[in-house]
Write a protein that binds this ligand. Structure first.
Ligand code: ZN
Length: 290
């Protein structure tokens, strides 16, 4: 195995011929995603995408949980944007107000998830434990999802006054009616629920997750690289022909409206009354309206 460890939060491995495995490696925070984490992850995806010897990419996670979502405890995240070479065509990172907020989310949330969805190689997510909010934005862009039997999937953002995560793919994953239920209630989908709805391809015992994902990757890696690319483009293109891209943009802009609303009321991105008191305290949020 050729393990690389030059990232702080991500491992890049080549566990089998023509297979890259990218591992989320911040288990002490249940793989919470801060700005550095996401830029490292994007770099690892691009590295696998640009390596012609790699045919299939596996996305896995170390620790009990796949990902707890965005790291709300990150400080100075607007200032941090200057530390990275941005990869999209957005601008306004150094501006004030909603402009910089939208630019940041367009780059590292919606933008990254769309980039990963469109990598011209099959991608397989191996998900265990909790996959919360921003966690969905890592596994949903993958072509295939293999879930451990202990996996659960939840987008609780409506409880915090925001109508869904930035990569608003719920409807394309579970259908409109179930998407509404999961958002309206903030209830989690079990691995079994997700399999029944067609959101995940396989459910396997937790101990077999790594082997199952690698076995799937090795089988696919035997196929023609070019045929795999064309097939992926055909299926993703069909979703886009149904209006997916435009619908995603619309939802993203509504999401920005929600952030702007709560920033104006509480100087915080979400409705803080929906957060547990301990979280509010940790983040230094006061409940008096501004
Ligand atoms: Zn947001």
């Amino acid at each position: 195995m050729d393990a690389k460890t030059e990232y702080a939060y991500i491992l890049y491995e080549t566990p089998a011929a023509h297979v890259a495995r990218i591992v989320l490696n911040r288990p002490e925070t249940a793989n919470a995603q801060d700005t550095q984490f996401l830029y490292e992850l994007n770099d690892a995806f691009e590295r696998a995408a640009h390596d012609d010897d790699i045919r299939v990419i596996v996305l896995a996670a170390n620790g009990k949980h796949f990902s707890s979502g965005h790291d709300l405890a990150e400080k100075d995240w607007y200032a941090h944007m200057a530390d990275y070479d941005t990869v999209g065509t957005m601008c306004g990172f150094t501006c004030a107000g909603a402009e910089r907020q939208m630019a940041r989310e367009e780059e590292i949330y919606l933008g990254f998830s769309e980039r990963w969805r469109n990598i011209p190689k099959p991608t397989i997510a191996a998900v265990q434990g909790k996959c919360i909010a921003g966690g969905l934005m890592l596994c949903w862009p993958c072509d295939i999802i293999i879930a451990a039997d202990d996996a659960s999937f939840v987008d609780p953002t409506v409880s915090f006054g925001v109508g869904g995560v930035e990569f608003f793919h719920h409807l394309w994953e579970v259908g409109a009616r179930k998407a509404k239920e999961m958002l309206f209630t903030s209830d989690a989908l079990s691995a079994e629920d997700a399999w029944r709805l067609g959101m995940v391809n396989q459910v396997v015992p937790r101990a077999e997750l790594e082997t199952a994902a690698l076995a799937m990757a090795e089988r696919i890696a035997q196929k023609s690289r070019f045929a795999l690319k064309l097939t992926k483009k055909a299926i993703n293109g069909a979703q886009d022909a149904q209006g997916r891209e435009l619908a995603m943009q619309n939802a993203f802009h509504l999401h920005q409206l929600a952030h702007t609303h709560w920033l104006k009321l509480y100087d915080f991105l979400m409705d803080p009354t929906g957060l547990p008191e301990a979280t509010r305290k940790a983040l230094g949020i006061k409940l008096e309206e501004q």
